[in-house]
Design a protein around this ligand. Structure first.
Ligand SMILES: NC(=O)c1ccc[n+]([C@@H]2O[C@H](COP(=O)([O-])OP(=O)(O)OC[C@H]3O[C@@H](n4cnc5c(N)ncnc54)[C@H](OP(=O)(O)O)[C@@H]3O)[C@@H](O)[C@H]2O)c1
Length: 334
C-alpha cells in the first residue's frame, strides 16, 4: 500500500486574469469527508469553465476547492467515513466541484465511475465533465431520441465532440456547427451527417435544407445571444433548445409567438452547483447507458493534447485559441 504524503503540488491562480497568473504551488493533501474518497490524481481534464474561473468570472460554489479542475482520473488512496463499494487502489474517474489540478483530490464516492476497460488514465480524465453535461442536457432535458435530428453547436469543443458521438450512437441524425471548414469536417468524422462552418454558411439555412424544411428536433447551444432567434428558426415543431453556455451573451429578443406556434421548449442547466445526490442520478444514467458504449469502443473521448500539470498555462492558452478538437488533459506524474 502506498503512503499518502502530507503535501502535494497544485496549480494556483495567483492573479485572476490571463493564463500567466497561474503558478505551481504546494498545499496539504486534502482529507476525505463522509462519503468521499481521496484520489491520487493521474490526469485532470481542462474545461472552459476552468478558464472562466481563472479569469475571475466563475467563482467556485460555496464549499468547493478554489483550485481549478472539475474532472480527474486516478487511484483511490484513502476512504472517508461511510464509503462502501470502493476500495483503496481502485482506478476511477470522478466529477469534482474543484481541486482537480493537483497531486491529490477528494471526490464524492457517488460521483466516481470505473475507468472503462482499455482506457488510459488520460482518456478516463477526459470523461466526467463532458459526459455528465451531455447526458443531463441532451438526453435528460433535451429528450434526444433515435431517429430525431439534433443540431450541436460548438461541435469540436470537448462537449461537442461527445455530444456528436453520443447522439449518433443513440440513433439520432446529427448536424454540427464549428468555426472553420476543417473543424466542420472533423465533426463529420465524429458522426455528424453534416458539419457546418458557421463562418461560411448560415446554419439556419443548412438545417432547413438538410431536414426538408422540418427543422431540428433538439438543439444543444453553447453560444446563446444572437443564436437564440436563429435556433428558434432552425427548430422543428415540438423542438427542444437546450442552452449550456452563453458565450455569445446571456440576453436575446425572443419571438414567443413563434415559440408557441412551434410548441418549443427552451431550457438549459448548469452542472457544478447541483447537489451530490442530483449528480449521482446522472452518474447512474451514465453507468447504465453510456459506460457499455465506451467499453465496446463505440464512443471514445477525443484527446487533442496533453500537458504536464506545471504547464497548465499552455493548456489554457490552447483552449482559448479554440484551435483544439476535443479535450485538453493535464498529466500528473506519480
Ligand atoms: N452548463 C453546463 O453544465 C456546462 C458544463 C460544462 C461546460 N459548459 C460550457 O460548454 C461550453 C463548452 O465547454 P468545453 O469545455 O467543451 O469548451 P471548449 O472545448 O473550449 O469549447 C468551446 C467552443 O465554443 C465555440 N465557440 C462558439 N462561440 C464562441 C465564443 N463566442 N467564444 C469562445 N468559443 C466559442 C468554440 O468553437 P469554434 O471556434 O468552432 O466556434 C469552442 O470550440 C463552454 O462554454 C462551457 O462553459 C457548460
Amino acid at each position: 500500500m502506498t503512503t499518502v504524503p502530507s503535501m502535494m503540488p497544485v496549480v494556483e491562480v495567483a492573479t485572476a486574469g490571463g493564463p500567466e497568473g497561474m503558478r505551481l504551488g504546494r498545499r496539504p493533501v486534502p482529507v476525505p469527508a463522509e462519503g468521499e474518497v481521496l484520489l491520487r490524481v493521474a490526469a485532470a481534464g481542462v474545461n472552459r469553465p476552468d478558464v472562466l474561473q481563472r479569469q475571475g468570472s466563475y467563482p467556485p460554489p460555496p464549499g468547493a476547492s478554489d483550485v481549478l479542475g472539475l474532472e480527474i482520473a486516478g487511484e483511490v488512496a484513502a476512504l472517508g467515513p461511510g464509503v462502501a463499494g470502493l476500495s483503496i487502489g481502485a482506478q476511477v474517474t470522478a466529477l469534482v466541484t474543484g481541486g482537480g489540478y493537483a497531486g491529490y483530490a477528494v471526490a464524492a464516492a457517488a460521483l466516481c465511475l470505473p475507468v472503462p476497460r482499455g482506457f488510459t488514465m488520460i482518456e478516463a480524465a477526459a470523461l466526467p465533465e463532458t459526459f455528465f453535461t451531455v447526458w443531463t442536457n441532451l438526453f435528460e432535458r433535451g429528450a434526444c431520441k433515435a431517429g430525431e435530428t439534433v443540431l450541436i453547436h460548438g461541435g469540436t469543443s470537448g462537449i461537442g465532440t461527445v455530444a456528436i458521438q453520443l447522439a449518433a450512437a443513440f440513433g439520432a441524425r446529427v448536424l454540427a456547427t464549428a468555426g472553420s471548414d476543417a473543424k466542420a469536417r472533423a465533426c463529420e468524422r465524429l458522426g455528424a451527417v453534416r458539419g457546418i462552418d458557421y463562418r461560411a454558411e448560415d446554419f439556419v439555412e443548412v438545417v432547413r435544407r438538410e431536414t426538408g424544411d422540418r427543422g431540428a428536433d433538439v438543439i444543444l447551444d453553447m453560444v446563446c445571444g444572437p443564436y437564440v432567434p436563429r435556433n428558434i428558426a432552425a427548430a422543428a415543431v415540438e423542438g427542444r433548445i437546450v442552452t449550456i453556455a452563453v458565450q455569445g451573451g446571456a440576453h436575446s429578443d425572443v419571438d414567443f409567438g413563434l415559440v408557441m406556434r412551434k410548441r418549443l421548449t427552451l431550457t438549459g442547466s448548469t452542472l457544478r452547483p447541483r447537489t451530490v445526490a442530483q449528480k449521482a442520478v446522472i452518474a447512474e444514467g451514465l453507468r447504465r447507458h453510456v459506460w457499455p458504449l465506451l467499453e465496446a469502443g463505440r464512443v471514445r473521448p477525443v484527446v487533442h493534447a496533453t500537458f504536464p500539470l506545471g504547464e497548465a498555462a499552455a493548456a489554457h492558452r490552447l483552449m482559448e485559441s479554440s484551435a483544439h478538437v476535443g479535450k485538453i488533459v493535464l498529466t500528473v506524474p506519480a
